[in-house]
Ligand binder design. Structure first.
Ligand code: CO
Ligand code: CO
Length: 321
């Protein structure tokens, strides 16, 4: 679908556009001068949870995440709203309040926005950020020998699907998933940046393997991922065993399986969890081994956590060990 755009806007004609559609990434990056580049992204989606406040907060954290995934800091944001004409104004206010609280937590302001009428509600943000051009954490920056760090546990897809099917066995499972989605990737981005990480992306709709594959392929390397090292949200393994997967997991698996190799026998539900779509997931960071522990200790100092889940190898695709 992007081919007509890629042919129309060739990277050579726009030398200050450091990241555009030439090698698609989390956000576009435009160099202003030697020390400054602006970063811009837009993201919005229909409700992922029933609570309007938390839907707003999650949508905002998700939109900000693409700024953090490039190694940038946000400057300001614009609201994007699509709401049904007959939607209770109190619900709309709650969605906007959730988004505003999250944007304020990121230390920036909502400076405007746009709204349209739509049958299904949708909310998100356009976010502008700033960074040093030499601090870019592109998807394609991974190097052989790097270690891979993940900064949020996985399993949001099965948990939100369990919610839709009214199969949640413990309300604490849902609280953990909501907290996970609403958490900013700011601490992760700062830790990665100060450790000199050269590559990162945020784990969203294509799931862990889908996004890992984008990074590996753009860098021309392979990623080895250790199943035993993967962190999962409470309840995620139980719902996966009951095969409570969203439709997107199957789609992701179909797309990525040809380039995914399994070095050990996993159960079907374990395999499928690797393709489970995330919403507002953590950063997947590629960094030299010496600096990996710096990222983990910085994350812990910020009251969060991070996990070494694998390494970058001289091959192609994803190897699950
Ligand atoms: Co992204
Ligand atoms: Co995005």
């Amino acid at each position: 679908m992007l081919r007509p755009l890629q042919a129309r806007f060739r990277p050579a004609d726009f030398p200050n556009l450091l990241v555009g559609l030439g090698a698609p990434d989390d956000a576009a990056v435009y160099r202003l001068n030697e020390t400054q580049a602006i970063v811009q992204t837009v993201d919005f989606f229909p409700p992922v949870v029933d609570d309007p406040y938390w839907f707003g907060a999650i949508a905002a954290a998700n939109a900000l995440s693409d700024i953090y995934a490039m190694g940038a800091e946000p400057l300001f944001a614009l609201n994007l709203c699509a709401f049904p004409e007959d939607l209770d104004p109190d619900i709309i206010s709650e969605i906007l309040r959730g988004g505003a609280d999250k944007v304020a937590e990121a230390g920036i302001a909502i400076a405007g926005g746009h709204s349209v009428k739509d049958r299904e509600p949708k909310y998100g943000l356009c976010v502008t950020g700033l960074m040093r051009p030499d601090g870019l954490m592109a998807k394609g920056g991974a190097r052989v020998g790097d270690v891979l760090i993940l900064t949020k546990p996985l399993g949001v897809g099965v948990l939100t699907t369990a919610l839709k099917r009214e199969a949640i066995s413990d309300p604490a499972h849902l609280d953990a998933a909501v907290g996970n989605m609403a958490r900013l990737n700011r601490a992760a981005a700062r830790a990665a940046r100060s450790a000199g990480a050269t590559a990162a992306t945020d784990i969203t709709g294509f799931g862990l393997i889908g996004h890992a594959l984008e990074m590996a392929n753009q860098a021309g390397v392979g990623f080895e991922i250790a199943w035993d090292a993967l962190p999962f949200l409470p309840g995620a393994l139980d719902y996966a065993k009951q095969w409570i997967f969203p439709g997107g997991a199957e789609t992701n698996a179909r797309a990525a399986r040809p380039e995914t190799h399994f070095g050990r026998k996993l159960a079907d539900w374990q395999e499928m969890l690797l393709f489970d779509p995330e919403t507002s997931g953590g950063l997947l960071i590629s960094v030299i081994p010496d600096r990996a522990k710096d990222i983990i200790s910085q994350m812990r100092a910020a009251g969060e956590d991070a996990w070494i889940i694998g390494s970058v190898v001289a091959s192609n695709g994803i190897f699950v060990s």
